[in-house]
Design a protein around this ligand. Structure first.
Ligand SMILES: [Zn+2]
Ligand SMILES: [Zn+2]
Ligand SMILES: [Zn+2]
Length: 247
């Protein structure tokens, strides 16, 4: 399985508009973060997790040619606003909860209720917490809470992906045991109402003990990539836009 991190930034992206902090003005390309999204290639199937407002430039920068399916985590715009740019990929299956599906239908209503030529060809699949298959690839949804909003993380094989999370039950965490790779929200060091902090992410890692973990959904207050990665345990890395890993 190959994973490409298309975006690793929080909802504002990094740099934050108008900010002169050391992260926003850093010359390290790893400190420039587009909105969160990742592409999984498994057994020839191309599965995108989330499709935010930066999707077009992410697809161009990473030479993305195929997308078979999109797994949406929740309805916040930093995770869905690129759906119109799925047009070049033909029929795309989109998997989402009832609430996220409803939001997609509201925001992209023109994709569903007219036959205007050139609209994206979206095939919506409503999912809950039961495992499902995308072209033969098993996907296990992981339920979590993003303050008051239910969100889904996903497990594909020995990889888990969990973003925009504040709380998660032990029962759901049990679905993330035995991972080779765990990709997890770690917004910043200080606490936040709807995202886990670095310390909270490390506590989850300590519980489920994946072989290796990657932090995503980072804000400019997380710190400089080069400095922060040195402070983390050896089995935890800071993801960056364009990073590819083989699992
Ligand atoms: Zn987000
Ligand atoms: Zn800044
Ligand atoms: Zn969110």
């Amino acid at each position: 399985m190959k994973i490409t991190f298309l975006g690793t930034g929080t909802s504002t992206g990094v740099p934050y508009i108008g900010c002169d902090c050391k992260v926003c003005t850093s010359s390290d390309p790893r400190d420039r973060r587009l909105r969160c999204s990742a592409l999984f290639e498994v057994d020839g199937v191309h599965v995108l997790i989330d499709c935010g407002p930066d999707f077009r430039q992410q697809a161009l920068a990473n030479g993305v040619r195929h997308i078979d399916a999109v797994l949406l985590t929740h309805e916040h715009v930093d995770h869905i606003m690129g759906i119109d740019d799925l047009r070049p990929f033909g029929d795309v299956d989109i998997y989402a909860t009832a609430a996220t599906n409803k939001a997609v239908h509201r925001i992209f209503s023109y994709c569903f209720n007219n036959d205007y030529p050139g609209i994206p060809s979206l095939v919506m699949h409503e999912i809950d917490d039961r495992p499902f298959f995308v072209d033969g690839v098993e996907v296990i949804p992981i339920k979590a809470m993003h303050y008051r909003m239910p969100v889904l993380g996903y497990r594909i094989g020995k990889v888990g992906y969990l973003t925009d999370v504040k709380t998660i039950t032990d029962e759901e965490l049990d679905k993330l045991r035995g991972l080779d790779v765990f990709v997890v929200d770690a917004l910043r060091h200080s606490e936040h109402i709807s995202h886990i902090s670095v310390a909270e992410a490390l506590a989850i890692i300590d519980k489920i003990k994946p072989k290796h973990s990657y932090f995503i959904h980072l804000c400019h207050r997380f710190g400089l990539h080069a400095e922060e990665e040195k402070l983390l345990p050896p089995n935890v890395s800071v993801a960056y836009d364009g990073l590819q890993i083989e699992v």
